[in-house]
Design a protein around this ligand. Structure first.
Ligand code: F3S
Length: 471
């Protein structure tokens, strides 16, 4: 039996691709094992978002290659590079990683990974022969509810890729060139998958794509004219999806990740407010607030639009926690732009906030723009924003003290609240005996920066020691 080990890098979208590969490997009768050194085949599912992600991907490839030279058996080990870096750079990497890599596969080959592996064993590669390259054209693939998949997340939460690709023109981003045009699954397909996941005991469905708010709208674009009725069999819009997911029986959260400010509507705000299973949490990467920057970044929004939208979201969905990300150091960013951004962060008080230093990505329009910012200036701006947010985060955490929250226990002693998405947000430290994978109600008794400390509802503070030990 062929043994395969898979290293999954990058974001949750790539993780779902890894899960699909593992599902197909199992279906083909191959064993998937955690230990790369014992495997016949190692797949590195790469990320190519910014320089550091590429470096990390290359680092893993070189490490796998180095290790396989160490015993005779491992010399026969095959190394396959998959994912975003492969999709984007396979031609360049084919010569620079000639000895290290046996095959490159792209985003549309994740369901064909088993026959590709069999093919590598069936035909010995010549000494001077280039690594096999299976990538054909632009990515168009989208999985369905019945696509074989083996989940790599803990049993109690799952990522659901509701769409793939991106039609936005953001000048800093390479992802649309890697992942192709936006294509949505149907509402029925997503609902069928959600039903199955809830039946399997999943307590949190994390909806992902490059732009979840654009879900279903690609089918509107394909209409010959706007008066043509929407083809509802191909998917309508996010509000329909959320209402149908909310109607599924069971106790679970629906979490909306990767929304784009340009596609929010009052109907979406109303829908979230009316659907109790949709977490009071939204992830809305804004990237900047200054009109100068938003225009250069081609964000299809303005400062006034964003301020008004956030006002409507806070008013329409009481108790909502807003997560956003900003980019500092984009070409042409002035001190005045940064001052405006700082003032905006201070007044908006985002519950969750991440900051990226702009990375000049080959193939993007931003990379060719004049007025690139020096790394040390980017660094200083990043520290300014992070320092500001640290204070706000402490205020936000403090405001939870004394409240009762429903949390999902992640591992012994650690839980997450509705305002915390997996992997990216804070934690709630709870007593170790609380059941992993279950919802519990806790009382918040303290905080440390971004994290909260809690006791089960009704417990006395003497038990608090247990929670503290859990850190
Ligand atoms: Fe994700 Fe990295 Fe690709 S962030 S979409 S794995 S470039």
């Amino acid at each position: 039996m062929i043994k395969v080990s898979l290293i999954s890098l990058g974001c949750a979208k790539n993780l779902v691709d890894s899960e699909i590969m593992v599902g197909h490997l199992h279906q083909a009768g191959m064993a998937v094992i955690p230990d790369a050194e014992k495997a016949d085949v190692v797949i590195v599912n790469t990320c190519s978002f910014i320089d550091s992600s590429k470096e990390e991907s290359i680092g893993h490839i070189l490490e796998v290659h180095q290790n396989r030279g160490m015993t005779k058996r491992r010399k026969e080990q095959k190394l396959i590079v998959a994912g975003c870096m492969s999709q984007r750079f396979s031609k360049d990497l084919s010569s620079s990683l000639h000895d290290e890599v046996d095959a490159f596969i792209g985003l549309d080959q994740i369901t064909k990974v088993a026959p590709i592996i069999e093919g590598l064993y069936a035909k010995e590669r010549g000494k001077d022969e280039a690594p096999a390259n299976f990538i054909e054209g632009k990515s168009t693939y989208i999985p369905d509810f019945d696509t074989p998949r083996f989940r790599l997340t803990p049993k109690h939460f799952a990522y659901m890729k509701i769409a793939e690709g991106c039609n936005h023109p953001c000048t800093f981003c390479i992802i649309p060139q890697i992942r192709g045009r936006h294509r949505s699954r149907t509402v029925a397909s997503v609902v069928a998958e959600a039903r199955q996941l809830v039946k399997e005991g999943v307590k949190e469905l994390n909806l992902i794509s490059q732009d979840t708010t654009f879900f279903g709208m690609d089918t509107w674009e394909q209409r010959p004219n706007p008066r043509t009725p929407v083809d509802s069999s191909r998917g309508t819009a996010l509000t329909t999806l959320l209402r149908e997911l909310n109607a599924i029986e069971g106790d679970f959260w629906i979490r909306l990740l990767y929304t784009h400010p340009a596609h929010w509507s009052d109907e979406l705000i109303k829908t979230i407010a009316e659907c109790p299973k949709v977490a009071r949490y939204i992830d809305i990467p804004l990237q900047h607030i200054s009109d100068n920057m938003l225009e250069r970044m081609q964000r299809e929004t303005s400062g006034d639009y964003i301020r008004d939208l956030l006002k409507r979201i806070r008013a329409g969905i009481p108790g909502i926690a807003i997560r956003t990300t900003f980019i500092v150091g984009f070409p042409g960013e002035t001190e005045a732009d940064i001052a405006e951004l700082c003032a905006f962060i201070k007044t908006t008080k985002f519950e969750r906030l991440g900051v990226f230093r702009y990375s000049q990505e080959e193939g993007t329009r931003g990379a060719k723009m004049p007025d690139q910012i020096l790394p040390k200036v980017k660094e200083a701006r990043w520290h300014t924003l992070m320092g500001l947010q640290r204070q706000i985060a402490a205020e936000v955490s403090k405001s939870y003290v004394g409240q009762t929250l429903k949390v999902l226990v992640e591992e012994p002693g650690v839980a997450r609240g509705e305002a915390d998405a997996p992997d990216i947000d804070g934690r709630v430290y709870v007593p170790r005996e609380l059941p992993v994978g279950e919802f519990v109600e806790v009382k918040i008794t303290g905080y440390q920066d971004y994290d909260l400390l809690a006791l089960p509802k009704g417990e006395k503070p003497a038990e608090f020691k247990v929670a503290k030990q859990a850190q």
